[in-house]
Design a protein around this ligand. Sequence first.
Ligand SMILES: *[C@@H]1O[C@H](CO)[C@@H](O)[C@H](O)[C@H]1NC(C)=O
Ligand SMILES: *[C@@H]1O[C@H](CO)[C@@H](O)[C@H](O)[C@H]1NC(C)=O
Ligand SMILES: *[C@@H]1O[C@H](CO)[C@@H](O)[C@H](O)[C@H]1NC(C)=O
Ligand SMILES: *[C@@H]1O[C@H](CO)[C@@H](O)[C@H](O)[C@H]1NC(C)=O
Ligand SMILES: *[C@@H]1O[C@H](CO)[C@@H](O)[C@H](O)[C@H]1NC(C)=O
Ligand SMILES: *[C@@H]1O[C@H](CO)[C@@H](O)[C@H](O)[C@H]1NC(C)=O
Ligand SMILES: *[C@@H]1O[C@H](CO)[C@@H](O)[C@H](O)[C@H]1NC(C)=O
Ligand SMILES: *[C@@H]1O[C@H](CO)[C@@H](O)[C@H](O)[C@H]1NC(C)=O
Ligand SMILES: *[C@@H]1O[C@H](CO)[C@@H](O)[C@H](O)[C@H]1NC(C)=O
Length: 768
Amino acid sequence: MIKTTPFFVCLLFVLCGKQVDSKTSVHIVYLGERQHEDPQLVTDSHHDMLARVVGSKKVASKLMVYSYKHGFSGFAAKLTESQAQRLAEHPGVIRLIPNSIHKLQTTRSWDYLDHSYHTPNILLDKSNKGDGVIIGVIDTGIWPESMAFNDEGIGPVPSRWKGGCESGEQFNATAHCNRKVIGARWFVDGLLAEYGQPLNISANKEYLSPRDAHGHGTHTSSTAAGSYVRNISYKGLGLGTVRGGAPSARLAIYKVCWFVLGGQCTSADILKAFDEAIHDGVDVLSLSIGSGIPLFSDVDERDGIATGSFHAVAKGITVVCAAANDGPSSQTVQNTAPWILTVGASTMDRAFPTPVTLGNNKTILGEAMYAGKEIGFTGLIYPESKGLDPTSAGVCQELSLNRSLVAGKVVLCFTSVARRTAISNATSVVRAAGGVGLIVAKNPSDDLAPCSNDFPCVEVDYEVGTQILFYIRSTRSPVVKLSPSKTQVGKLVSAKVAHFSSRGPSSIAPAILKPDIAAPGVNILAATSPLAPLADGGFVMFSGTSMATPHVSGIVALLKALHPDWSPATIKSALVTTALRNDDYGFPIFAEGSSRKLADPFDFGGGIVNPNGAADPGLVYDMGVADYVHYLCAMGYTNTSISQLTGQSMACPSIQPSILDVNLPSITIPSLRNSTTLTRTVTNVGPVNSTYIAVIEPPVGTIMSVRPNVLAFDAQTKTITFTVTVFSTHQINAGYHFGSLTWTNGVHTVRSPISVRIQFVESYADGN
Ligand SMILES: *[C@@H]1O[C@H](CO)[C@@H](O)[C@H](O)[C@H]1NC(C)=O
Ligand SMILES: *[C@@H]1O[C@H](CO)[C@@H](O)[C@H](O)[C@H]1NC(C)=O
Ligand SMILES: *[C@@H]1O[C@H](CO)[C@@H](O)[C@H](O)[C@H]1NC(C)=O
Ligand SMILES: *[C@@H]1O[C@H](CO)[C@@H](O)[C@H](O)[C@H]1NC(C)=O
Ligand SMILES: *[C@@H]1O[C@H](CO)[C@@H](O)[C@H](O)[C@H]1NC(C)=O
Ligand SMILES: *[C@@H]1O[C@H](CO)[C@@H](O)[C@H](O)[C@H]1NC(C)=O
Ligand SMILES: *[C@@H]1O[C@H](CO)[C@@H](O)[C@H](O)[C@H]1NC(C)=O
Ligand SMILES: *[C@@H]1O[C@H](CO)[C@@H](O)[C@H](O)[C@H]1NC(C)=O
Ligand SMILES: *[C@@H]1O[C@H](CO)[C@@H](O)[C@H](O)[C@H]1NC(C)=O
């Protein structure tokens, strides 16, 4: 992520005149757990502490950006470097860190269509559509007039709700909050303090209120919990009913990301949103935001999300975050703390088959999003390029066309460049030369999303492209007919992990499998701000792990409604151990990337989210704060930094615990030598009397054993601990290989993905 150089503003003449280093920037002063129950006392103590450094309480209150007083204690303030230094030396201050910038996780928009969002009805009905559950969305705000937020048929605001709805620019709390959108607030002080005040709102079409100019937050909110909206299509395609994952859940909107600078958000604002959301009483928090690589450590508040989510999860709130869009390279996954539920994106292939009929009457299906009229048989040309093999780079990109040859015709070109600009360039060239259509042959794993819907631009793979080319070369006057795209409804055709979805292993802790799960995140049709580019009737298609995240947030809301006592770790375990690794026809799911391969746990964690399975997982791998502390100790964080994060005095055992023993619903061994043994504990959440047996599928190059390999649960025995021993059968360094451990009682299958890398590290000392 690129951090734009902030420009600093001097608000206080007193300070500006006196200080040599008059530039201020926002610092977060983190104080760990609260010292007082009363939030006012907490805030007072913050002002006292700041006043001691800046001279007076009056000045302090002007410099104070936020006081964090509910979920944890700390504050954000505008400080000069020398003030920051003095504050850092204050005995009460645990850590003082600069504000940092986060980004939204949408890369592409409009592509093909997926409106047929598949939350199957069993969970939806059993959970009463998530009624009463409150999903907090930390994003760019909301467009409240969208039909997706109508509260028809929705009951009263839950009485436990303590949050608020705040009026602001173009946002009237009385008129715009309702029984669906029960809270709406905005947090901009961290951004303003960094980037200057007043923000040039008019230039950026932004509102100082919960109103969403960008469209991203409206999209994610409506995907998580939008109400039913019937008869919606995107430019004529994919007509149907649009709804969120939990259509009766309530939404609490925390706007922290701003259209300025392309939709950025600061950690000071994000931490404030967490602080308030924990206080307000949300059940789920959905964040389609990431910090970029390199990652901050789990105990570094610059991350904002790791720290805020720790406090939320400790209070039973599930925090769902985007894995980021830096795939398909490995080690690009973000939001990797084990208490976070990290979501990758999957795609639905060929949702818009588009018939291409050649003059020999052969019809081939390409992919497009063309909603215009059929183009009857017309000339088809391939601009032969000098000496270039059709599948080599450059043909689409270097297209230059002679108008007299192209007018009224369809053009075929080949590309090996996986960039949208290459294709949009070719489209403009063909249109400018009077052409009527474009057929692009491309690597099947590239996700190009090339054309606008009013110009036929059909994608085919190299194999089909070559067939078309041979047809052109076989005849004196080749012709083609292009038909409008069809919408394939209700049929899941071979989902894949999306090209852009960030991949594991985690660059902080490779033993903690990330992402946890994948969900649809390509061509997601949902509500948006009418100001957003490409919006059609207040709806738009976006792609990104940003879009996958609220799918899971909605499903988590349904699970919470059905099982109010489930912890965040139980919910995660239920999702991971029941996720799908095969499509509807039993074929394994692939991952897009530089080469197409079967998806592995670093692509999609347990697999693609399976809501009905997660409702009844049988066994779960539960965790609580003690388990997260075990993780932090295993990571080697100091007693002090762990105590600061948790807010309680914590001491790690003198012998560092093994990270392999963190009670995850997955097993990842990044560096296996001869053998290793690890433990897990399962809790029965299915029928009281149940007996499970272990089914092991060891990764290549390993032998695995599980002890005991039969688990008998009854009214007394609810949890059982078992050990897994993994031996390497080869003493050579290898990449990761994958397998699984599945507990089954004949009804439930509780599957943990296993990833093992055999690594015999040579000691440099040995050579001496
Ligand atoms: C806000 O909306 C309410 C209800 O529609 C209306 O009575 C009130 O006048 C509005 N306030 C403003 C400032 O527009
Ligand atoms: C705000 O942006 C507009 C449009 O870009 C520009 O004309 C104006 O000068 C800007 N105002 C300030 C105070 O920067
Ligand atoms: C659906 O919308 C289309 C276009 O907006 C309209 O022509 C049609 O009558 C609508 N159908 C129903 C059932 O409302
Ligand atoms: C293609 O089909 C049409 C109508 O079915 C027919 O008239 C025509 O002769 C066919 N052309 C070829 C090349 O088979
Ligand atoms: C375009 O094609 C026509 C017809 O083949 C030809 O006469 C003309 O010279 C070509 N123009 C260019 C710029 O190549
Ligand atoms: C083609 O793309 C490049 C950037 O990738 C751009 O500079 C150029 O103007 C584009 N050409 C056309 C004709 O769109
Ligand atoms: C944490 O405290 C315990 C108990 O005092 C001690 O044994 C351990 O070494 C400490 N760990 C670190 C990393 O300082
Ligand atoms: C690993 O196995 C090799 C060969 O069996 C043996 O020489 C070595 O001592 C073993 N290492 C450990 C740490 O057990
Ligand atoms: C579980 O098994 C015990 C012993 O066989 C039996 O008494 C009890 O009724 C069973 N409980 C359920 C819920 O089936």
